[in-house]
Design a protein around this ligand. Structure first.
Ligand code: WT7
Length: 649
């Protein structure tokens, strides 16, 4: 035990100042500049954000006030009118950027497409007209259940152009999950594709939409992109081919002037209860947040080729493949498929092929790269890279070091970016030209972000004491509500620690003001950088006829960070390998491949406390098969975390 603790302490002492040449050219380039910005934003948030909004966004009508209200209910840039796509597209067409690549796309089979800003603008206008034709207008909800193809970006921007609210559902979710989200959002239209490519296989999306529509009656129309050529059923007067509609649609469509607080999108994320939460983001604040953080954190420059490997089905793709980069007039790379198809060198080929300068991925992917071996990146020319990023979960210091050495050639700063679906944009992260980075720490808050570490009673803790991570001040890109359930919004984020936004993470701050996030303190798993609720998986299991009771916990998993372990009590005591397989398939059908259990363990009874609470800590220890911890967290962090998670009898 003590050896481990000492080693962890040693790891923490490694630190990496930004290379001088990088700092000299960076948007934010000195500690003084950062300090000044941070203090100004803290003391005068309205002045700070107001100036940025005026300088960096195009307004159809200037706002009257920067901020109205206080947490939890805030309104930003009240009275202003703007359109996100005007800011992401139109304003770049008045200068040489019109012929700059907006999206460089590569399909899994190796096909590529480049959409220049004016191409993307035309396609977005076309599809906006298609939506209008189907009577989609401001405030209407549109579900996008699509592969990583340019049409996904086009469809989301087309919604934004006319004020329709997109709800993107990751392709790894099942038909049932799509139906649940369609219903919650009361979606009128779904955009999908015949299928998407995944490791050479076709992921049948249209078929899943068909199944979902049996349970989600609000959907009137379905638009289908032909991607793989998979044969699909087309229901007359309901289903339409994208190409047919686009062929006759006009390329002109004025961007609708929308209120600053007009809803931009809903994105569902798992919470500690069974029902997914529809996180709602609005127009101006979200756009300003993603615009500024893209520039500050990724140091986006005019000639950069920037690649974020996330799927647009997650918030990372919304904010840092589409909205943030395009608002900055950047070139954003989009890749459809798996990192190991046709071989484990695929990502590095893409970096070499397009001369990627900025590369943003997740720790779970980095752990897979490490496992696949240094030869793959070694075979490609990665010298174009100048900055690396990670997001999704705490990164193990050893994975950080590998990323730094093997991918970054020891010359690229690494930005470990902490944020959430709810925060809309990056909150705590190094500034690559300023911050001395430490492997495993997301370092310090960005300007406008005022975090704190508190006890369960909301008392601020001193440095190096583990506690709950909260935000003391509102920020423009924060969620405004949970769609259709404002009470749950208040309850989830603002009731735990009165007056503050509670992130759900445990963390500590060190003596240099750097934050070390330990993980979730609620019943939310972080599987491969994606949130899954234990309760959601438990409900899925219990809905199987042979299951009497289920308890789901996470356990340390080499690649995924957390694996899913299900303790199951059967109705008749029957236990078999067949039933295990059936239960795994059942969870996949209910939630999707993303929630595939790693372990099913039959138990005579689920252990409970006298008051009837599942003894999760005990189950976690059993699932992990040991008491020791992985290298993600220090032992100290681990014990704090388990204390924070729940007080068990
Ligand atoms: C949760 C948010 C934000 C896009 C991806 C995930 C964890 C995220 C980090 C990081 C430590 C991190 C937190 C957070 N998380 N980034 N750099 N270091 N933990 O979005 O699905 O909304 O999940 O992911 O636990 O609360 P999400």
């Amino acid at each position: 035990m003590s050896d481990d603790a000492i080693e962890s302490v040693l790891q923490e002492t490694r630190s990496f100042p930004p290379p001088e040449a990088f700092a000299a050219e960076a948007h934010i380039s000195s500690e003084d500049q950062y300090q000044q910005m941070w203090e100004r934003a803290k003391d005068d948030p309205e002045g700070f954000w107001g100036e940025l909004a005026t300088e960096n966004l195009d307004w159809f009508k200037e706002y009257d006030s920067v901020l109205e209200g206080a947490m939890p209910d805030t309104k930003w840039f009240v009275g202003g009118k703007l359109n996100v796509t005007h800011n992401c597209l139109d304003r770049h067409l008045t200068n040489w950027r019109k012929n700059k690549a907006a999206i460089i796309w590569e399909g899994e089979p190796g096909d590529t497409r480049v959409l220049r800003y004016q191409d993307l603008h035309r396609e977005v206008c076309r599809f906006a007209n298609v939506l209008k034709q189907f009577d989609i207008g401001p405030g209407d909800r549109v579900t996008l259940y699509m592969p990583m193809i340019p049409e996904l970006a086009i469809a989301m921007l087309a919604c934004a152009r006319i004020g329709a609210v997109h709800s993107i559902i990751f392709g790894g979710f099942s038909a049932d999950a799509v139906a649940e989200r369609n219903n919650d959002a009361q979606a009128k239209l779904v955009v999908t594709a015949d299928a998407g490519w995944r490791r050479g296989k076709e992921l049948p999306l249209k078929a899943a939409v068909d199944a979902s529509l049996e349970k989600s009656p609000t959907v009137e129309k379905v638009v289908v992109v032909r991607r793989t050529g998979l044969e699909v059923e087309m229901v007359p007067d309901r289903d339409y081919w994208w190409d047919d509609l686009m062929a006759t649609a006009s390329t002109e469509c004025e961007a609708t002037p929308l209120d600053s607080e007009h809803p931009l999108f809903i994105l569902y994320t798992s919470g500690s209860t069974g029902k997914p939460k529809g996180v709602l983001h609005t127009t101006a604040g979200y756009l300003l947040g993603t615009t500024m953080t893209s520039r500050w954190v990724f140091d986006l420059k005019e000639d950069d080729t920037y690649w974020c490997t996330a799927d647009i089905g997650w918030i990372t793709g919304h904010s840092y493949i589409v909205y943030g980069p395009l608002a900055n007039g950047a070139t954003t790379v989009m890749y459809e498929g798996a990192p190991n198809y046709p071989d484990e060198g695929r990502f590095w080929n893409i970096v070499e092929k397009f001369g990627v300068n900025i590369f943003y991925t997740a720790p779970t992917a980095i752990r897979a790269f490490i496992k696949w071996g240094d030869d793959w990146p070694g075979q490609a020319d990665l010298s174009s890279l100048r900055l690396l990023g990670t997001v999704g979960e705490p990164i193990n210091p050893e994975a950080w070091m590998w990323y730094h050495r093997v991918i970054g050639g020891e010359r690229c700063p690494i930005v470990d970016t902490w944020w959430q679906t709810e925060t809309g944009g990056i909150m705590i992260s190094p500034l690559p030209g300023v911050t001395v980075t430490k492997p495993g720490s997301c370092t310090r808050p960005l300007p406008g972000v005022v975090p704190d570490i508190v006890t369960k009673d909301g008392k601020s803790l001193e440095d190096n004491k583990g506690g709950l991570l909260v935000m003391r001040q509102p920020w423009p890109s924060m969620l405004r509500t949970l769609h259709g359930d404002h009470d749950r919004f208040l309850e989830t984020y603002f009731s735990e620690i009165p007056g503050a936004y509670f992130a759900g993470d445990g963390a500590r701050r060190d003596e240099d003001g750097c934050y070390w996030v330990m993980g979730r303190v609620d019943d939310v798993l972080n599987v491969a950088g994606h949130r899954l609720s234990t309760m959601e998986i438990e409900s899925a299991l219990v809905s199987h006829q042979n299951v009497a009771e289920a308890a789901v916990v996470g356990f340390p998993h080499d690649l995924k960070g957390e694996g899913i372990c299900c303790f199951v009590t059967t109705t008749d005591g029957g236990e078999s390998e067949e039933l295990k397989a059936e239960l795994i398939a059942h969870v996949r059908q209910q939630i999707g491949a993303i929630a595939t259990p790693d372990q099913i363990r039959f138990a005579a009874a689920v252990p409970k406390t006298r008051s009837g609470k599942i003894m999760r800590r005990l189950l976690r220890d059993i699932a992990a098969g040991r008491e020791e911890v992985g290298d993600t967290t220090t032992l100290e962090d681990y014990s704090v975390l388990s204390k924070l998670r729940e007080e068990e009898e």
